[in-house]
Design a protein around this ligand. Sequence first.
Ligand SMILES: *Cc1c(COP(=O)(O)O)cnc(C)c1O
Length: 350
Amino acid sequence: MFFASDNGSGAAPEIIAAVVAANAGYAMPYGNDPIMEGVRAEIRRIFEAPEAAVYLVATGTAANALALAILCAPWGAVFCHPLAHVENDECGAPEFYTGGAKLVPVAGDHGRMTPAALAAAIARTGRGGVHGVQPGAVSITNVTETGSVYSAAEVAELATVAKGCGLPVHLDGARLANALVATGASPAAMTWQAGVDVVSFGGTKNGCLGVEAVVIFDPARAWEFELRRKRAGHLFSKHRYLSAQMAAYLKDGLWLDLAARANRAGARLAAGIRALPGAVIDHPAEANVIFARWPRAGHLRARAAGAQYYLMPPDGAPEGPPDELLAARLVTSWSTSEQDVGRFLELIGG
Ligand SMILES: *Cc1c(COP(=O)(O)O)cnc(C)c1O
């Protein structure tokens, strides 16, 4: 019963097999391997973007921070939700790699910025002339950090505000596959057709060992990305092992199958919690991330039986009245079993 995060899961067997297969013989380093050629072609096909530049890195933080660095000047502002991973969970990497850009929080319920709040934040920024940072870029996360999902139309609304002010748009898609499965949108509709310029396309949380693609729809931005990736120490020498993971991830729609499994487990878990007397779901649980509250007694039973997940806040009080509601975050993955979900629901429901 592991619901702490989707990166607690192993890698899918297809991914491991591809890495093992890629180990045979020799291959040119630094992304010049033949497998990477196939990855580039496949990502261009999947995103319906024949001109797109495609690069691989091993962490989502590198993908996001390097993507923002090619979009935003050191004196720029990156507009994002206050709960965004770039704002809370990257130890200043976006600020570091951009050379000092300032992250500006934009409000909205359930992890989603509203177009009005975005427009207002952009309008407030840079008014003082040389004394303040200037509007730089917009970063949108989908699936959001609270487990809700933006529709392609909602991404387009935000991008329209950004574009109206001349700002480029980054999409943090650490869980993009889950968002696409949840909405039924095509990769193109959710990204460049909606006005997104650069995507961090996640693999790690959805069954890879450690690989994320950065997809840059305007090839004029590609060379700068290459230089920044190398300078940051994120150009892998034995790159074929990144290529092999991504190739297997994309092959025959594996990436969407894995996300569909995670989302189905998430939906079962959310439905089960909703049906418990006294339990509350705190945000729309639209993919594989669920924020919910239920009585302390249920937490204690689940914990005693070995269930792993984060209380919110993570140091949430273990002691107190048994019927007090405590908040938790639960994340399902491609490998979450029906049995584990069932057993967990029995435990928390008493
Ligand atoms: C996990 C995650 C990332 C990437 O994190 P790394 O630990 O750097 O791989 C980026 N954005 C979001 C929304 C995430 O959940």
